[in-house]
Design a protein around this ligand. Structure first.
Ligand SMILES: Nc1ncnc2c1ncn2[C@@H]1O[C@H](COP(=O)(O)OP(=O)(O)OP(=O)(O)O)[C@@H](O)[C@H]1O
Ligand SMILES: [Mg+2]
Length: 298
């Protein structure tokens, strides 16, 4: 049987992007960019978000594709942002079908109809992408945001990228792995924290270096710290967009806090079971009570 510490190492690497997933993400990126370029004036486009930062969890879905619009599309900035998203939605529906395309707050999602198996494996396939139309603004970008009054949000994905790189360095290369695990916990428990980017933003502040050396205790402590501070307002770490916590009202924060405390208690119990020498039970506790089927039993 595998030890709990080896199971954590295996779990951490299972949450990393594989070569095949990156090839598939790149293939989908080029396919969508080539198509959209026939419909819009797109100056530049790139993969971004947690995918690019290596903080995305599995199964791999909602990979962000930024499409920076050129001068010919500038007129769209003077209209409501919902119209820009609608134009992208309509174009993508033409290619991928009505049932596979949906509009979000800041993006348009294209679903590729990939279903993960019982072990949450997608056989190297990306399940969906989020297409984000963007305008350049100074040294950063402005994107549609139908949940804020102005209709537009400024963002700087490069700065988010740099912050994650720095956090990773300060945390002995373990920070991103811990964020991915915590996002997995969140997804397995029905997403009490929304958006999952909020977990990453909170982790920038609540994971104090140095890395403690033991992922079991790191996870238990992180869930407890998130519970303690989930009611606070969490600003965009680049200082541009609206608070990242703006879609969690008091009731959502209360529910998240209670789920996080349960998560931390479940981690404490799994640690206790292992201390009693019951390795198999401890593995099952981490899997069924904390992380779900991606946490290995062997
Ligand atoms: N409130 C905000 N203000 C400014 N930029 C934001 C804000 N929220 C998100 N972003 C930027 O948009 C990107 C995409 O947002 P998204 O919600 O997909 O998060 P993500 O980090 O990609 O996480 P996920 O793993 O859920 O996809 C973020 O990575 C971040 O760079
Ligand atoms: Mg994303």
């Amino acid at each position: 049987m595998i030890s709990v510490s080896d199971a954590f190492s295996k779990f951490r690497s299972r949450l990393e992007l594989t070569d095949r997933e990156q090839e598939d993400a790149s293939r989908r990126h080029y396919e969508i960019r080539d198509y959209l370029k026939s419909k819009f004036d797109i100056e530049r486009d790139f993969l971004t978000g947690s995918y690019k930062r290596w903080t995305k969890t599995k199964p791999l879905k909602d990979v962000d594709i930024f499409c920076v619009l050129g001068a010919k599309e500038r007129h769209r900035r003077d209209k409501p942002s919902a119209e820009l998203l609608k134009a992208f939605e309509d174009a993508l529906v033409e290619k991928y079908g009505r049932a596979n395309v949906s509009r979000q707050r800041r993006s348009v999602t294209v679903d590729f109809g990939v279903t993960p198996n019982a072990d949450e494996d997608t056989d190297g396939k990306v399940m969906s992408v989020d297409v984000v139309p963007a305008f350049t603004k100074n040294k950063h970008y402005e994107i549609a945001d139908t949940s804020v009054k102005s209709g537009w949000t400024e963002t700087n994905p490069e700065m988010h990228y740099d912050l994650a790189v720095k956090a990773q360095e300060r945390y002995s290369g373990e920070w991103k792995g811990i964020v991915r695990m915590c996002k997995k916990w969140n997804a397995f428990h029905g997403k009490p924290i929304k958006p999952s980017f909020l977990i990453e933003v909170m982790a920038l502040e609540v994971l104090h270096p140095p890395f403690g050396g033991d992922l079991r205790y790191e996870i238990k402590a992180l869930l407890a710290s998130l519970a303690d501070r989930i009611h606070e307002a969490w600003a965009d770490p680049a200082g541009l967009g609206p608070p990242v916590s703006d879609s969690m009202d008091k009731a959502a924060c209360d529910a998240a806090r209670s789920a996080l405390m349960k998560g931390s208690d479940a981690a404490a119990r799994a640690i206790q079971i292992e201390r009693q020498g019951k390795n198999g039970d401890a593995l099952r506790a981490w899997r069924s009570d904390v992380f779900g089927p991606l946490f290995p039993l062997s």
